[in-house]
Design a protein around this ligand. Sequence first.
Ligand code: UN1
Length: 496
Amino acid sequence: MAERFRNFIAGQWAPPATDDYFENRNPAEWTDLIGLFPRSGPEDVRRAVESARRGFAEWSRTPAPVRGEVLHRVGDLLVEHKDRIARAMTREMGKVVLETKGDVQEGIDTAYYAHTEGRRLFGRTVPSELRNKWAMSYRRPIGVAGVITPFNFPLAVPTWKLFPALLCGNAVIWKPSEDVPHTANLLVEVLLEAGLPPEVIQVVHGLGEAAGKALVEHPGVDVISFTGSTETGAIIGATCGRMHKRLSLEMGGKNAMIVLEDADLDLALDGVLWGGFGTTGQRCTATSRLIVQERVHDKLVQLICDRAERLRLGPGLEPSTEVGPLINEAARKKVEYYVGVGQEEGATLATGGAKPAGKAFDCGWFYRPTVLTGVKPGMRVEQEEIFGPVLSVIRVGSLDEAIRVNNDVAYGLSSSIYTRNVNAAFRAMQDLDNGITYVNAPTIGAEAHLPFGGVKQTGNGHREGGWEVYDFYSETKVVYVDYSGKLQRAQIDTEG
Ligand code: UN1
């Protein structure tokens, strides 16, 4: 009998009001059933909101440095349980253990950063234009934050949202991806063990169209943070716009690495393999386009294909594996579809383009690292997010052309340039239209203490991580203290 996992609502592990469950299976071996998780509905969300409002009343009055201490303990516990959580994460998400350990490490970094922010959370004190008057701003908690997270970073991305939201004094209701619900429960166990008051965190499992929708539409949820597809983000944005809710969106990418003819090709080769095929290409930041200057194009493509063919596919729990499976059947179908589309559009399949052969792969969502060459700007495989191990290679003549190709897509998350020319590097830093640009490093690898996010259709102007996310999860209040003992009229009594 499969284990039935629960939601965490009102300080308890609770079965769903719907009495309905969905399966969570291992993407490398789908006969491996991890457990059944609640397919929650509006009633579960309603209970979660009721409890979170109580949690907020208490937590928002807890001093920020004390809230920070809880997050410090969260960091310590994640260090202690890193290996166990990483292995559980690989079992449900598929990426290799080295990467799921990195995922937990990103959560640890985020926790320790949040801890320090508890003693900072700066407001500003500025001079008043009037005598004997004090003017300042400070940060206040907002209320209940609804957090909806994707499958690809089952722990790190949720911590980017949960930890700053909590540090700022909000209560959180979290709807994790239905592909990775187990990691969510493990993180909640850590939060509780660290001493977070139980009603400050709620987990409501389920599907976006039921549990996620109910969360976004509930008037008792003040703030929404979502990472996922651009289509879903648009629906959430419409609701939040109508209800005047604060919203942070982190959505698609079509990230490019530019390699100029003066680049260190070995370095670029390592970078593109890691950026393109690490996490089986399932990062928002994944390198999905390679823009190469003519003179080094053929050589670099040859080197990439040789190495890509030798990457070891397999279950992420096996130490020798370099590339795990895709998350589910729909993800593999999407990749297959786009590889077909690319060839119909006139691209050449240089390597990959198929499931790996062999019995070991029969029960997993594996797909070979794939390189499409002869890709032209404007083709669908050059414009649309595939979210899999597919690299579209575009040949260009110059840096100017490379920058144009990079910018001429709807998304703008990350970009990268490989060059030894300092002028070219600075030109790229200035003109690549992305939230993040790497010089001589691939498009992946953002660090937790810097703002993370993209321009154009990738987001809606907010940033996660770093210091900027603390603005999102707090409300600015301004206070004027007039100690003159008389009426002073701003903009009128300013003389003397
Ligand atoms: C994501 O793919 O949604 O920069 C997050 C990186 C990681 C985070 C990726 N630190 O690739």
